[in-house]
Ligand binder design. Sequence first.
Ligand code: NAD
Length: 492
Amino acid sequence: MTTTIDTGVRMTAPPKLFVDGEWRDAEGGRTQPTLNPADGSEIADIAHASVADLNRAVLAARRAFDEGPWPRMAARERARVLLKVADLIERDAEEIAVLETVDMGKPIMFSAPEASWVAGIYRYFAGLVADLGGVTRPNLPQMLVYTRREPIGVVGAITPFNHPLVLSAAKLAPALATGNVVVHKPSEVTPLSALKIAALFAEAGLPAGVLNVVTGPGAELGEALVAHPAVDKISFTGSTAIGQGIIRASADGLKKVTMELGGKSANIIFADAYLDQAVQNAFFGIFYNKGEICTSGSRLLVQRPVYDQVVSALVEQAGATRPGDPLDPSVMIGPLAHAGQFNKVSEYAAIGRDEDRAELLVGGGPAQVAGGERGFYFEPTIFGNVRNDMRIAQEEIFGPVLAVIPFDTEEEAIAIANGTQYGLASGVHTSDIRRGHRVAAAMRAGTCWINTYNQFDPAVSFGGYKASGYGREFGPESLNSYTQTKSVWVDQ
Ligand code: NAD
């Protein structure tokens, strides 16, 4: 079933809970608004689920796993549903792009091409799962031993407000392809694309209960999902602090967990780098999606001989890039996703101003946008001469705020880059490819980009070192997060 809500934005999915294959109102008909961060207007009233609603979704998922066809189907039959969903995502690409843009302020120039990218995630895992093999150990005396890769069961997927479409696909595609069932709790800030994806799965013929989407109060529902004894695994993407709480809470039930957490990534520019390219990558590295991306290159390390040149090019570009209406195709920087983000970024701009010797070079405050007086626009902001022990260099700001740190030697750059609790991503810009490989090997981070930044592909593993989490999304490795191995011994 699909309905159209009339909010000026076309959304062919109801703003309800998707439970056991049906669209349902929350208990008591409770709803909560989801806002457009560009102007503070209400886009839709979405269901505000209670813990009882969440429990019903978990039990529907449990039944679908224990009794339903999905885990027992041939992998190619499950793959057929994922492939169909991929086609439907591309069919509705325009609607999906607008939903992402009005829900989280991601400029349409980035959300427009995203549908085909996300369709590619579903297709990748549809193909990959057909090849999901085990091993045989035929040489043990009198025994044949082989292994089976089996689904884990009910997966609680908890996703953050940024990149909701991509980050939910990174969980749903491998989890469903391998025969698990899912209760998805999207961020309360950006729930719309999750509902749309549920509608497309229903249209593609997914059996009832295999995917359930529950919207509403984030912490309350998230905690209930983590605590529920019928949930076997939690796949979480979000902040390190919430992730730590989930790990502690999931210990009682010994739930399996995958953690994709925060970052404070270092992007290094050596004096021998191709400077035009390095500056573009540094700019895109921090200001893409207004810095609301976990991999944002929020610490820029620049070798002293080119420090002034790099910084002045970045400052000029940042000053010339005005935030604007994210639905305008020429706009690169939209509003921050919600008021909490706006306040947090404003606070860090103030902290940066107060930090000993850091220089505010550009930005540092709310951006004025015509028609966006009630929106959450923030200027692209750059601090120079930052020291790595300052708060703006150590704490995740998750906004358009760049801390530029000068350095002299390669050893010093590596020490600064690794001098953080996080380890999600890193970048190195140099024309000496040997140095590029050497520095990449030294980075204590799950990704290192050499002479590029913020590149992703469904076939390439992604995830954190240190406090940025554990487990991997994307790539063949991510199937390990959603399967468990059984060894079968046969006396012959
Ligand atoms: P968040 O941690 O505040 O929330 C993430 C999700 O957890 C939301 O769905 C939220 O409702 C839910 N939640 C909140 N409290 C909970 C609780 N007590 N128990 C269970 N669930 C709870 O993060 P956010 O502000 O939505 O997103 C930004 C953060 O996500 C940043 O730290 C960013 O680096 C991180 N992130 C990481 C990756 C990655 O792949 N490593 C990708 C994107 C974002």
